[in-house]
Design a protein around this ligand. Structure first.
Ligand code: SAM
Length: 195
Protein backbone atom coordinates (compact mmCIF):
# COMPACT_ATOMS: atom_id res chain seq x y z
CA UNK A 1 0.00 0.00 0.00
CA UNK A 2 1.28 3.45 -0.86
CA UNK A 3 0.12 7.07 -0.61
CA UNK A 4 -0.77 8.33 -4.07
CA UNK A 5 0.53 11.83 -4.96
CA UNK A 6 -3.03 13.20 -4.62
CA UNK A 7 -3.53 11.69 -1.15
CA UNK A 8 -0.02 12.86 -0.19
CA UNK A 9 -0.99 16.43 -1.16
CA UNK A 10 -4.23 16.24 0.88
CA UNK A 11 -2.35 14.82 3.88
CA UNK A 12 0.29 17.55 3.64
CA UNK A 13 -2.14 20.46 3.16
CA UNK A 14 -2.35 21.53 6.85
CA UNK A 15 1.44 21.30 7.21
CA UNK A 16 1.94 23.26 3.99
CA UNK A 17 -0.44 25.99 5.16
CA UNK A 18 0.84 26.27 8.73
CA UNK A 19 4.56 25.85 8.32
CA UNK A 20 5.94 24.63 5.03
CA UNK A 21 4.74 27.31 2.62
CA UNK A 22 6.70 30.01 4.47
CA UNK A 23 9.85 27.87 4.72
CA UNK A 24 9.72 26.74 1.10
CA UNK A 25 9.37 30.36 0.05
CA UNK A 26 12.34 31.50 2.20
CA UNK A 27 14.56 28.63 1.08
CA UNK A 28 13.76 28.10 -2.59
CA UNK A 29 13.88 31.81 -3.39
CA UNK A 30 17.64 31.66 -2.62
CA UNK A 31 18.40 28.85 -5.05
CA UNK A 32 20.48 29.91 -8.05
CA UNK A 33 22.48 28.87 -11.09
CA UNK A 34 22.44 25.39 -12.54
CA UNK A 35 19.94 23.66 -10.22
CA UNK A 36 19.10 20.01 -9.51
CA UNK A 37 15.99 19.08 -7.54
CA UNK A 38 15.73 15.47 -6.40
CA UNK A 39 12.44 13.79 -5.45
CA UNK A 40 10.33 16.66 -6.75
CA UNK A 41 7.07 14.77 -6.12
CA UNK A 42 4.14 16.83 -7.39
CA UNK A 43 6.34 19.85 -8.17
CA UNK A 44 5.36 21.71 -5.02
CA UNK A 45 8.59 23.74 -5.05
CA UNK A 46 8.23 24.98 -8.62
CA UNK A 47 6.27 28.10 -7.70
CA UNK A 48 8.97 29.25 -5.31
CA UNK A 49 11.92 29.36 -7.72
CA UNK A 50 13.04 32.85 -8.76
CA UNK A 51 13.32 32.54 -12.51
CA UNK A 52 15.87 35.28 -12.85
CA UNK A 53 18.31 33.43 -10.56
CA UNK A 54 18.15 30.11 -12.39
CA UNK A 55 20.01 29.19 -15.55
CA UNK A 56 18.77 25.60 -15.79
CA UNK A 57 16.58 23.32 -13.67
CA UNK A 58 16.91 19.53 -13.70
CA UNK A 59 14.42 17.36 -11.84
CA UNK A 60 15.17 13.75 -10.87
CA UNK A 61 12.50 11.46 -9.44
CA UNK A 62 12.01 7.70 -9.44
CA UNK A 63 8.76 8.19 -11.32
CA UNK A 64 6.98 11.32 -12.53
CA UNK A 65 3.27 11.52 -11.66
CA UNK A 66 0.60 13.30 -13.70
CA UNK A 67 0.45 16.21 -11.28
CA UNK A 68 4.05 17.22 -11.92
CA UNK A 69 3.72 16.51 -15.62
CA UNK A 70 0.70 18.83 -15.87
CA UNK A 71 2.07 21.42 -13.51
CA UNK A 72 1.82 24.90 -14.96
CA UNK A 73 5.53 25.39 -15.21
CA UNK A 74 6.95 28.74 -15.92
CA UNK A 75 8.35 28.24 -19.37
CA UNK A 76 11.08 30.83 -18.88
CA UNK A 77 13.03 28.23 -16.89
CA UNK A 78 14.60 25.47 -18.92
CA UNK A 79 13.52 22.24 -17.17
CA UNK A 80 14.98 18.78 -17.74
CA UNK A 81 12.88 15.90 -16.36
CA UNK A 82 14.95 12.80 -15.68
CA UNK A 83 13.40 9.63 -14.30
CA UNK A 84 15.95 7.84 -12.16
CA UNK A 85 17.26 6.96 -8.75
CA UNK A 86 18.99 9.69 -6.77
CA UNK A 87 21.28 6.96 -5.40
CA UNK A 88 23.01 6.98 -8.81
CA UNK A 89 22.73 10.41 -10.35
CA UNK A 90 23.47 10.47 -14.09
CA UNK A 91 25.67 13.58 -13.96
CA UNK A 92 29.36 14.42 -14.00
CA UNK A 93 31.12 15.45 -10.78
CA UNK A 94 30.91 19.18 -9.95
CA UNK A 95 27.96 19.94 -12.24
CA UNK A 96 25.45 21.93 -10.17
CA UNK A 97 25.49 25.18 -8.20
CA UNK A 98 22.47 24.18 -6.09
CA UNK A 99 20.72 20.94 -5.17
CA UNK A 100 17.20 21.12 -3.70
CA UNK A 101 15.70 18.31 -1.65
CA UNK A 102 12.51 18.68 0.36
CA UNK A 103 10.90 15.80 2.26
CA UNK A 104 12.94 13.22 0.39
CA UNK A 105 15.54 11.81 2.79
CA UNK A 106 12.66 10.23 4.73
CA UNK A 107 11.62 8.36 1.55
CA UNK A 108 14.84 7.15 -0.05
CA UNK A 109 16.14 3.71 0.85
CA UNK A 110 19.72 4.85 1.46
CA UNK A 111 19.94 8.53 2.43
CA UNK A 112 23.72 8.30 2.96
CA UNK A 113 24.22 7.13 -0.64
CA UNK A 114 21.95 9.88 -2.01
CA UNK A 115 23.82 12.49 0.03
CA UNK A 116 27.18 11.28 -1.27
CA UNK A 117 25.81 11.54 -4.82
CA UNK A 118 24.50 15.06 -4.12
CA UNK A 119 27.94 16.00 -2.75
CA UNK A 120 29.63 14.56 -5.83
CA UNK A 121 27.49 16.41 -8.40
CA UNK A 122 27.68 19.78 -6.60
CA UNK A 123 30.44 22.16 -7.60
CA UNK A 124 32.91 23.07 -4.82
CA UNK A 125 31.17 25.81 -2.85
CA UNK A 126 27.81 24.61 -4.21
CA UNK A 127 24.84 24.49 -1.85
CA UNK A 128 22.28 21.94 -0.84
CA UNK A 129 18.90 23.44 0.18
CA UNK A 130 16.81 21.15 2.35
CA UNK A 131 13.57 20.80 4.30
CA UNK A 132 12.97 17.48 6.04
CA UNK A 133 10.88 16.00 8.80
CA UNK A 134 13.04 14.42 11.45
CA UNK A 135 13.03 12.49 14.69
CA UNK A 136 12.22 14.89 17.59
CA UNK A 137 14.67 15.29 20.46
CA UNK A 138 12.25 14.39 23.28
CA UNK A 139 12.72 10.80 24.40
CA UNK A 140 8.98 9.93 24.52
CA UNK A 141 8.38 11.12 20.94
CA UNK A 142 11.48 9.29 19.74
CA UNK A 143 10.21 6.08 21.32
CA UNK A 144 6.76 6.55 19.79
CA UNK A 145 8.05 7.28 16.28
CA UNK A 146 10.62 4.48 16.40
CA UNK A 147 7.75 2.12 17.29
CA UNK A 148 5.41 3.48 14.59
CA UNK A 149 8.01 3.60 11.85
CA UNK A 150 7.61 0.05 10.56
CA UNK A 151 3.86 0.46 10.01
CA UNK A 152 4.06 4.03 8.70
CA UNK A 153 6.78 3.03 6.23
CA UNK A 154 4.40 0.51 4.68
CA UNK A 155 1.57 3.06 4.37
CA UNK A 156 3.42 6.23 3.48
CA UNK A 157 6.67 4.82 2.06
CA UNK A 158 8.32 7.25 4.42
CA UNK A 159 10.45 6.92 7.55
CA UNK A 160 9.41 9.05 10.50
CA UNK A 161 12.56 8.40 12.52
CA UNK A 162 15.40 9.69 10.38
CA UNK A 163 18.03 12.06 11.78
CA UNK A 164 18.73 13.85 8.55
CA UNK A 165 20.76 16.77 9.91
CA UNK A 166 23.32 14.31 11.24
CA UNK A 167 23.37 12.54 7.86
CA UNK A 168 23.90 15.85 6.01
CA UNK A 169 26.82 16.73 8.28
CA UNK A 170 28.24 13.22 7.99
CA UNK A 171 28.20 13.66 4.21
CA UNK A 172 30.69 16.54 4.68
CA UNK A 173 28.34 19.47 4.13
CA UNK A 174 28.97 22.54 6.29
CA UNK A 175 25.53 23.64 7.48
CA UNK A 176 25.48 27.45 7.25
CA UNK A 177 21.83 28.19 7.81
CA UNK A 178 19.50 26.15 9.96
CA UNK A 179 16.04 26.23 11.51
CA UNK A 180 14.09 23.60 13.39
CA UNK A 181 10.32 24.04 13.52
CA UNK A 182 7.10 22.16 14.25
CA UNK A 183 5.53 20.62 17.32
CA UNK A 184 5.41 17.34 19.21
CA UNK A 185 5.96 14.45 16.76
CA UNK A 186 5.97 16.76 13.74
CA UNK A 187 9.43 18.29 13.74
CA UNK A 188 11.01 19.68 10.58
CA UNK A 189 14.42 21.07 9.71
CA UNK A 190 15.20 23.67 7.07
CA UNK A 191 18.68 24.65 6.04
CA UNK A 192 21.53 25.16 3.64
CA UNK A 193 24.68 23.05 3.48
CA UNK A 194 27.83 24.03 1.59
CA UNK A 195 30.21 21.61 -0.18
C1 SAM B 1 7.53 12.56 0.16
S1 SAM B 1 7.75 12.95 -1.52
C2 SAM B 1 8.31 14.64 -1.41
C3 SAM B 1 7.93 15.46 -2.59
C4 SAM B 1 8.35 16.93 -2.58
N1 SAM B 1 9.78 17.07 -2.68
C5 SAM B 1 7.81 17.70 -1.40
O1 SAM B 1 8.53 18.51 -0.83
O2 SAM B 1 6.63 17.54 -1.07
C6 SAM B 1 9.24 12.05 -1.87
C7 SAM B 1 9.61 12.03 -3.35
O3 SAM B 1 10.87 11.41 -3.48
C8 SAM B 1 10.85 10.51 -4.56
N2 SAM B 1 11.88 9.49 -4.34
C9 SAM B 1 11.90 8.52 -3.40
N3 SAM B 1 13.02 7.79 -3.49
C10 SAM B 1 13.74 8.35 -4.51
C11 SAM B 1 14.99 8.05 -5.08
N4 SAM B 1 15.75 7.03 -4.62
N5 SAM B 1 15.41 8.80 -6.11
C12 SAM B 1 14.66 9.83 -6.59
N6 SAM B 1 13.47 10.17 -6.07
C13 SAM B 1 13.01 9.43 -5.05
C14 SAM B 1 9.43 9.96 -4.56
O4 SAM B 1 9.09 9.44 -5.83
C15 SAM B 1 8.64 11.22 -4.20
O5 SAM B 1 8.32 11.96 -5.35
Amino acid sequence: MELTPTIFNIFMKPFEKKALHKRRSELISQVHGNVLEIGAGTGVNFNYYRNEKISELTIVDIKFNNIIKNHSLNKSIDINFIEGNAEKLPFEDNTFDSVVSTLIYCSVDNPDIVLSEVFRVLKPGGRVYFIEHVLPEQVHYRKLLNTLNGAWKMIGKCNVNRETLKLIEKANFKVVDFEMFGKACFIFIKGIGVK
